[in-house]
Design a protein around this ligand. Structure first.
Ligand code: CAA
Length: 258
């Protein structure tokens, strides 16, 4: 990995970890941070030794959102030319699963970044919110759409229109996060969860992620058809033959990602 300024990268077995690393700015997502994040995620995505990724911040903040100081004087055309939304879309195009390990503030673009991930492990101190309304705008990286699909209209409206924060226990109760755990262990839990997924059949994991995400894009009939094709496709993999043979022979499968 290159020397990044706004993130740190590590590997933990088959898990690639990206730490957002602008602690003084509560990990505000300036353009350079997003570019580095995307670069690191793409490198992990292309690396056969990696099966899943974790994105985290620090205990105080996962991220307090887009960098307001960088955005404040921008025109609409500036924002278009910077291609910010391309960056977000490219993160959502990463093929391997991404777990967000969230502690403290996950606000604005920080909340939206967590929502772009496939699973979220929250510390009990996590707070999810879309405070853009307090600075005269609305979420611009998927918040209005993804929160509404996950939480429903009532709560999404409160968050977007009235700066309502969701604490970790509420986020868990509403299905926004997978786990809410002690602050001491949220990163370990996220790494463990990512590690378990990274040890599973890689092609099936990739197609499983793709199929679940299609549920947000397609009609039920189209989604079922996409799932059916992906299911059939897996019967062309060595891992399907291995997985079913191992079951019948009562032994652990050895996945080859082929
Ligand atoms: N952008 C740039 N800098 C930020 C930032 C942000 N989103 N959030 C925090 N910071 C900076 C602060 O300016 C401050 O820097 P200085 O020390 O240089 O003044 C430092 O981080 C620490 O922040 P605070 O002193 O404000 O810390 P606090 O504990 O008093 O408050 C907070 C914490 C409630 C999270 C507060 O920082 C805050 O409200 N941040 C902004 C949250 C926000 O509005 N996010 C939405 C951004 S817009 C967006 O994300 C659009 C989109 O959809 C893509």
């Amino acid at each position: 990995m290159p020397d990044y300024t706004d993130i740190l990268t590590e590997t933990h077995g088959r898990v690639g970890l990206v730490r957002l690393n602008r602690p003084k700015a509560l990990n505000a997502l300036r353009a350079n941070l997003l570019a580095e994040l995307l670069d690191a995620l793409k490198a992990f995505d292309a690396d056969d030794a990696i099966g899943a990724m974790v994105i985290t911040g620090n205990e105080r903040a996962f991220s307090a959102g887009a960098d307001i100081k960088e955005m404040a004087d921008a025109s609409a055309v500036d924002l278009m030319n910077r291609g910010l939304s391309d960056g977000w879309q490219r993160i959502s195009a990463i093929r391997k699963p991404i777990v967000a390990a969230v502690s403290g503030f996950a606000l604005g673009g920080g909340c939206e970044l967590a929502l772009l991930c496939d699973l979220i492990v929250a510390s009990e101190t996590a707070q999810f919110g879309q405070p853009e309304i307090t600075i005269g705008v609305i979420p611009g990286a998927g918040g209005t759409q993804r929160l509404t699909r996950i939480l429903g209209k009532a709560l999404a409206m409160e968050m977007v229109l009235n700066n309502r924060f969701l604490k970790a226990d509420e986020a868990l109760a509403h299905g926004l996060v997978n786990r809410a755990v002690a602050v001491e262990s949220y990163l370990d839990e996220a790494l463990a969860l990512a590690g378990e997924i990274a040890a599973r059949a890689p092609v099936a994991v990739r197609l499983g992620k793709e199929a679940v995400n299609k549920a947000y894009e397609l009609s039920l009939a189209e989604g079922l058809a996409a799932e059916e094709r992906a299911f059939y496709l897996l019967f062309s993999t060595e891992d399907q033959k291995e997985g079913m043979a191992a079951f019948i022979e009562k032994r652990a499968p050895i996945w080859r990602g082929k």
